[in-house]
Design a protein around this ligand. Structure first.
Ligand code: NAD
Length: 351
């Protein structure tokens, strides 16, 4: 098997990072990823300053105000890891011309995504969105194999999840009308778009489960990519019947070959299992040895590409906010579809 790219090449120099939010994703993924990438965190702003102080990496400061956090102007990269509702307010305060990375989702709905795009365009803020699954080692390797033509033309994308997700760990989900697609499957929709582009349409159903009060935890989505490409996501976060038949996997098939991806982080959560990538490009299934997992290597890749752009070594931001808007539009269409009837079935013979 040819060597496949699994990382984004580091830039020759980097800018310090200013982080907004001192919550669990910053502690669990952003800070370890930035340390691994060798990027400096200048400081963290959180209205709960004690939270920022408690997680500061060496040399970083806990800012007392937004003004302090933005005092470095465009000489830093801004990293927003806050609840979606806080994103527009922070973007309005960032210096014009800044480079920013925004945690997903890009707002709680498409209306807020529109608002965010408006602010970014008006203030000339160049932003990427942290749909980081695109940068997982298995995802980069798969995209490299596809770019080399090893799979031929993609004709099938099938995501199958049967998990027992501990939603109770996230108390804030309790009252949200949109959970499964907006906060979880959104990663898979974004990754699917990265491989196949924008679908023409979507049919979706999303629902909760009698065992919990979370609004939606089970989803079925079928995308319209025209007559040659089938794309489906089947997602059940309430498969609480033991590990044996649980799954978190993608099957991606082309005209010449196929790929199997196992997304280990969601299995045996929160400990997780290693990711897997297998390719069959004509000589049987071969496992690609991976250099790491979605958590946290994908966060390393995501910030590295932003940094390459910020220092002028990449011309464009991959997964820019303008691109991510289409993932938000797909999520919105999924919820709209889920609220509308599917194609009706006749209930009696036309005798
Ligand atoms: N990409 C991923 O895989 C991934 C995973 C988990 C969470 N997330 C996203 O990251 C975001 C944060 O998630 P979390 O789990 O860390 O939440 P959290 O509730 O643990 O932390 C959020 C923090 O943001 C702070 N905050 C609120 N308003 C702020 C403001 N205006 N300025 C600065 N800080 C502010 C809060 O005080 C809190 O400390 C959410 O949008 C979530 O959807 C993404």
């Amino acid at each position: 098997m040819t060597e496949l790219l699994q990382t984004i090449a580091p830039p020759s120099r980097s800018l310090p990072v200013v982080i907004f939010g001192a919550g669990s994703i910053v502690t669990d993924a952003h800070l370890p990823a930035y340390a691994k990438a060798g990027f400096t965190v200048a400081g963290i702003y959180d209205p709960d300053r004690a939270k920022a102080e408690a997680i500061l990496p060496p040399g970083a400061v806990a800012y007392a105000s937004m003004a302090d956090a933005t005092a470095a102007g465009t000489a830093v990269v801004y990293d927003l890891a806050v609840p979606p509702a806080a994103i527009p307010g922070i973007l309005r305060t960032l210096p014009e011309g800044a480079v920013a990375l925004i945690q997903k989702p890009m707002g709680s709905d498409l209306k807020t995504a529109d608002e965010i795009i408006g602010i970014l365009r008006t203030r000339n803020i160049r932003a990427a969105v942290n749909f980081q699954l695109r940068f997982a080692p298995m995802a980069l390797a798969l995209k490299d194999a596809i770019a080399q033509g090893q799979l031929g033309d993609l004709v099938d994308f099938d995501a199958w999840l049967a998990l027992d997700t501990p939603w109770h760990l996230w108390a804030f989900l309790a009252d949200l009308p949109r959970v499964e697609i907006l906060l979880h499957s959104i990663h898979y929709l974004d990754f699917m778009r990265d491989l196949l582009g924008n679908p023409l349409g979507i049919a979706a159903r999303t629902m909760g489960h009698p065992s919990s009060t979370v609004s939606n935890t089970r989803t079925a989505m079928m995308m319209d990519y025209g007559p040659e490409v089938r794309a489906n996501l089947s997602i059940n976060h309430n498969h609480a019947f033991g590990r044996k038949f649980q799954a978190c996997e993608f099957r991606i098939c082309g005209t010449k070959g196929a790929a199997y991806m196992k997304l280990g982080v969601n299995l045996d959560y929160p400990r997780g299992e290693p990711d897997e990538l297998w390719l069959n490009t004509g000589a049987g299934w071969e496992q690609v040895p991976l250099i790491g997992n979605w958590f946290i290597e994908a966060f390393v890749g995501r910030i590295t590409q932003v940094m390459r752009f910020a220092v002028g070594e990449d011309d464009a931001l991959q997964g820019s906010a303008e691109d991510a808007w289409h993932t938000m539009a797909l999520v919105e269409a999924a919820y709209d579809s889920a609220a509308a009837p599917l194609y009706p079935i006749r209930t009696a013979p036309d005798a």
